[in-house]
Design a protein around this ligand. Sequence first.
Ligand code: 3NM
Ligand code: MG
Length: 525
Amino acid sequence: MAPTNVDYSLYLVTDSTSAILGDRDLVKVVQAAVDGGVTIVQYRDKVSDTAVLVSTAKRLHAVTQKHKIPLLINDRVDVALAVGCEGVHIGQDDLDLPSARRLLGRDAMIGVTVSNVEEAQKACRESADYLGVGTMFATATLAKVTASKTNTKGIIGTAGTKKILQAIAESGRDVRTVSIGGINASTVQRVLFQSSAPEKKLDGVAIVSAIIAAQDPKQAAKDLLSLVKSPPPFAAASLANTQKATDVETLLKKAPTVIKEVGSKTPLSHNMTNLVVQNFAANVALAVGGSPIMANYGEEAKDLCKLGGALVINMGTVTPEGLQNYAQALKAYNLEGGSVVLDPVGGGATAIRRGAVKTLLAAGYFDVIKGNEGEIKTVFGTVVQQKGVDSGASTLSDPQKATLVRDLAARERNVVVMTGATDFVSDGQRTFAIKNGHELLGRITGSGCVLGTTISLMLAVCREDKLLAAVAGLLHYEIAAEIAAEREDVKGPGTFVPALIDELYNVQKATSGGDISWLKRAKVE
Ligand code: 3NM
Ligand code: MG
């Protein structure tokens, strides 16, 4: 039997193309990486002659043996046999697993590259010891060495990886897994967090360039290992807390506390939002009790993210430059642990926006994704045609909407809010429907956008339960809208806007003063 106690946490894959290694000696680089804490090494060399492969592998094996970690050879069973190292890693277009197993014997470790559920299940049936699951993100490393290969594998992201893990869990087979492709210090924690299925986690990450190409491979490995071992900053609070509101009664009891805290802490709501709603969003943030800043320049986020607030990325008037700014800010907030709301405005309206949604989901972690039916479907990957930023024709029943928000939230491991006559909100486990709000919200511009701003403020003060934050934001906003719409001085959409701002302010003031009579209107189930 191949050893079962192998530590896959930080799996180094070598690359011998000069673009990555430079003029440095591979064995020295690997030695440094192993000193830094790499837990397993794969020698991957697609270009050298067999004699060079064998002699390099022998030198590498001396390094890994000293540290009692396994050395595997990519693709070349003959080289592994010649060196007597621990095993091989085979791709889908390499020697098949049963043949490799016959040649190497039962004690050898054999890993297989898989990029979909079928490949994973096959490798499990054939008793692979572990799977290299990828490609996680687009990576220049793979392109360089496999340019000659005919089968270009897909980018499967965290969602595709989770699907594979789920299937392995369901099959009941025991196999270790590592994710590979474009993983580095700024993505590794999110990869591990978002890819994990409830019953099966990744065992580690496989990395080429983030270690091999690093100035200091030892330090790079050390840093990566410590990131692998700790929860991502954006999830630390929610993972630590076990006391979450699971029923409506508790949610309604806790929501005013969140609203009150916004009033007392005046958190920052950093909006990178569209040209239409900037002024409205800033006014709403103030009325709800927060402190708004409209800052679309991504570079500023590295300072703003340190102020304890939350970020709203609203792609309502997206441009190529804007998209880069969003991604930059998103990374800064993720690193700091600040909350981020995505408002994928008009996500299903154009090809550009569908692409922008994909780019943003791959660029970082969103604590909350909020949109109308068409937008949420688009984020999920359903192709819809939105008419402008309106939701487009509704095709889903209420139970289907509830299922969609739950599935998307479970996939992203975050909170999803779908707005409509009934709003649906879920964190993948808890799903609620909220029937508050008013028809006039559909008659003014930006009513959805400023809900995103409202939720961001709740998130800033309630990181331990993001679903509760979203519900508190929805209730504050929609009940204020109801009260505003009923006012005698409100004659239509035009007079509704200032009344809404007033009532958002009044709900905040009342709640902070201990009067939560407005909450009697709450219709949550
Ligand atoms: N295999 P980096 S991606 C060797 O998807 C390899 O199977 C992949 O390099 C797969 O860490 C990849 O520099 C390269 O992105 C990973
Ligand atoms: Mg291969």
